[in-house]
Design a protein around this ligand. Sequence first.
Ligand code: NAD
Length: 348
Amino acid sequence: MLTRLASPTHEEVYRVEDHASGLRGFIALHSTRLGPAAGGLRMRVYEGDDAALEDVLNLSRGMSYKNAAAGLPLGGGKAVILGDPARDKTPALLRAMGRAINMLQGRYWTAEDMGMSPEDMAELARETRFVAGLDCGAHASGDPSPVTARGVLGAMRAGAAQLWGTDTLSGRHVAVQGLGHVGWHLCHLLHEAGAKLSVADMNPAHADSTVREFGATMVDPRTIHAVDADIFAPCAIGGVLNSRSIPEIGAKMICGAANNQLATPEDAERLRARSILYLPDYVANGGGIINVAAEILRISPRAPWVEERLGAMQARMAHILTRATGEDLSPATLADRMVEEQLLQVAV
Ligand code: NAD
């Protein structure tokens, strides 16, 4: 079922196959230096095995950075299943994946990602205890999105303090791209904080609800990045900061929940050249993994623990922004270097 693949960059990489259920996938453990590798299980259609392997390697590496930046005793891992979740996902396939995860004996913990639901996590949990993101149970963490949104708001406050000398968001104009789970909660928090909102979503029903509830102004999704706002908050998809969009960005700061916002590492420099403050995405959006970590680590009571880590995450963002200015680096480059130093300091 598990075939180990050689990797120069990752601690352990496996091909996962189960002929009876039709399961095809990969599990990658990038690093367990800080603790068991943790990161979600994704199911989607890939062009082929190479594309799925590339995705799991990149995503698991990203999880090492995100978990370290959130100050968690967790390493980075990820799993992917090749297939269309609407058509190919069956209980037998999920249970086969659960057995594969169980064979790693807790070196990898999984949770929900694209194409997965809390019910799917419950199916996996019938075969392994190394699964988080459950809806019920003693330590169940449920939907991480509200905590992710709170983390993003904290990061925005750190950015505002750096740019404008005050962390108040009252009266600030924020352009939010994507009003799904995180985007909607973020709009709620920003509205409560007295911010003015411009919003866009490919799904007009999502935008309508923020217009109704928070008095937001609806904008065409094709131009939300160009709104002349104080802050642009990407909360939809990755790659939105690229050579085409960056010259058009109207905001002075970018801070949002989406993963992998920069299309390429050079885009961090493009933003810096335009004096736009970019807050590294994996530091800003770590609230979700903090929430999941409380379940993995069996923390009780969870609320004060989560609270303390959100506060530490905001302080870390403030530290990154100050140090980046002092060292004349982009915050994205500095955040990566800080994590790499942190990982090197841990004995293998
Ligand atoms: P979601 O699927 O609930 O919401 C995404 C929203 O973006 C949807 O309403 C969709 O219609 C909209 N959208 C898609 N493409 C768009 C486009 N081009 N322009 C405008 N709107 C568009 O997802 P989510 O859980 O809210 O997550 C949002 C982002 O944050 C994702 O990149 C996700 O990986 C990342 N993230 C989420 C969490 C979490 O706790 N949910 C944690 C960390 C990172």
